[in-house]
Design a binder for this molecule. Sequence first.
Ligand code: FAD
Length: 318
Amino acid sequence: MKVTEYFEKAKGQTLISFEVLPPLKGGSMQAIFDTLDPLMEFKPPFIDVTYHREEFIYKKRASGYYEKVAIRKRPGTVGICAAIMHRYGVDAVPHLICGGFTREDTENALIDLNFLNINNVLAIRGDARMFDGKFVPEEDGHTYAIDLVKQVVDMNKGKYLHEDIENGLRTDFCIGVAGYPEKHFESPNMDFDLQQTRAKIDAGADYIVTQMFFDNKKYFDFVDRCRAAGITVPIVPGLKPLTKLYQLNSIPRIFHIDLPDELVRAVQSAKNTETRTQAGIEWCIQQSRELKKAGAPCLHYYTMGDSETIRKIAEAVY
Ligand code: FAD
């Protein structure tokens, strides 16, 4: 079933969903099951699986020279989606990115997904590779997520890249896109960012999942701005508990978001690891309860492999 159909069927009830990362190359599928098994009692109708493009690393060779080697650290997104659907009987939402894909690669990936009966995708651009500094598309690949959305929409109309394909099979993908309550870091300002989000919806995207945030006001303001700009699709808040001291720096650095003073103080002043974790969990529970009360269509938790923490939050909220 499509993600948006779940929202319609829920008739205003706030659903729950989870996002998992593929294990590092060489790891096993069991790591995903170990994360999800304890969370399935909360009945998520869908589970997202992130996609990770190749990175470059430098390997020192016997000659003393360094060789630049491309490596995909977390492969397996499509296989994990199929395994999740098979084991739990819920829908899986693979993230599909522009980076590292030619348009032909994207078409082939969508054909695979369609054959696997996977009818949902989250269409995103992907981040710049560490050594590139800025996002570099493949030759004949997409530069922005909107281009990816358009390609999926084309396939939903039976339009393939090769003009000689007539009456091609029409896929039926439901398309999610990313939204940024605190603005995407490359956007010059909020209005510009909103225009690009609106363009993705106008191109055919069906719903938005937000970047994580720790101050609900940012989400509520974002929803208000989207509605004022004519964006009517469901906007799903993305949530992650902050439970470690180092995350006070790493989360703002990686995700380009602010942390509220009160949360920073609670995490900093915690006497030990246990009370710190508890402070982060409490914060996320309060956020979740408020979002649920306000009628958010779904609370989407970034698990990052930490099912124990997410489970405590879900238990308190659902
Ligand atoms: P876009 O919508 O293409 O926007 C990127 C930037 O370009 C924005 O600043 C936008 O304003 C600007 N822009 C867009 N269109 C135009 C235009 N026509 N002209 C000029 N500027 C334009 N990354 C991964 O690698 N794998 C994942 O699985 C993954 N999952 C994610 C899930 C969620 C819910 C979110 C919020 C992010 C995720 N990301 C993931 C990170 C994402 O790839 C990055 O945030 C990326 O930098 C932007 O992706 P986007 O789809 O928002 O890009």
